[in-house]
Design a protein. Structure first.
Length: 305
């Protein structure tokens, strides 16, 4: 028997506001965006960029990522939607494809930085930790939807999946609800996101001079690609091309592509990386310098006092 804790099979709908259902998936997405906004504002200041750009930018990128992620998911789960096309756009939503969101969100971010005339590589470093944070929070939407799970397991953290949310490979007739737990792949990705967030923030605070602008985003792509590639071996009935899971193909492209850029820019552009932008704290310390020190500097330089 599996522990009672993992027998919980949550309702995807949190509450009904009149006829409109409010899904837990949407709530986790909103909570993730709010947490990312706070982190992005802080990171923008540390990198010497304008935090005011985060407000509009996160809305545009989030919408782009939502559209791309939804499109990827619909293609992945096309049999579910082919006879009910309105389910693609009407709530409650069943899920998003991370790689679709990463592609459309990255394109939107590049276009935004060009519009605002700010350096994309620097903003890529600002954004990278927020991607891990969004992954850590947003993946819990899969828990409430009872999706993104792996094969049956006897591990104590296996989760219960009710019959209505089982894929064909795990029918209740063969795997009874009362005695079967499944690998919580969503939880593994969430934990990976928290660990990745901690690592990126540590690297940025302790070793930033060793990295080039944009390296943090490359590390995110390598990290997430490797983790997702491995987890796909535990999934069934996912989108495949030539018998290979599409997510593994994207994972390989993202991870190896990022690794190639990370290594190549050091082989073909040797030398120390450009100096990092001053932290917001450094900027404030300059602004708050005593007037007497400023006056002494001007005297020594022959300037007016």
């Amino acid at each position: 028997m599996i522990p009672a804790l993992i027998q919980l099979t949550p309702d995807p709908i949190a509450i009904h506001i009149g006829p409109l259902p409010l899904a837990w998936y949407g709530i986790t997405y909103a909570v993730g965006l709010l947490a990312c906004y706070q982190l992005l504002v802080r990171q923008a200041g540390r990198f010497g960029q304008n935090p005011a750009l985060v407000g509009n930018g996160i809305v545009v990128v989030a919408i782009a990522a939502l559209i791309g992620g939804r499109l990827y998911h619909v293609i992945d789960q096309w049999p579910r939607y082919q006879d009910d096309l309105l389910a693609i756009v009407l709530p409650p939503y069943a899920g998003l494809g991370v790689y679709g969101g990463l592609i459309s969100g990255t394109i939107a971010a590049i276009l935004l930085t060009r519009f605002y005339r700010v350096p994309f590589p620097v903003w890529a470093d600002i954004i990278a930790p927020a991607l891990f944070l969004m992954q850590a929070i947003g993946r819990w939407g899969n828990f409430f939807n009872q999706e993104l799970y792996g094969p049956p397991t006897s591990l104590p953290w296996g989760i219960a999946i009710d019959c209505a949310h089982r894929i064909a490979a795990y029918p209740c007739a063969d795997f009874p609800e009362a005695t079967t737990g499944f690998q919580p792949l969503f939880l593994y990705e969430s934990m990976s996101g928290l660990l990745g967030l901690a690592v990126l923030l540590w690297l940025e605070r302790r070793h930033r001079p060793r990295f080039r602008p944009g390296d943090m985003l490359l590390i995110f792509f390598m990290w997430y690609g490797a983790v997702r590639f491995g987890l796909e071996f535990l999934r069934q009935e996912n989108w495949t091309i030539g018998g290979i899971a599409t997510a593994q193909i994207f994972s390989t492209v993202f991870a190896l592509g990022a690794l190639g850029i990370f290594v190549g820019r050091r082989l073909f552009r040797p030398g120390p990386p450009p100096g990092p932008s001053p932290d917001a704290a450094d900027v404030e310390s300059i602004k708050d310098a005593p007037e007497e020190e400023a006056a002494e500097d001007m005297v020594s330089e022959g300037g007016p006092v």
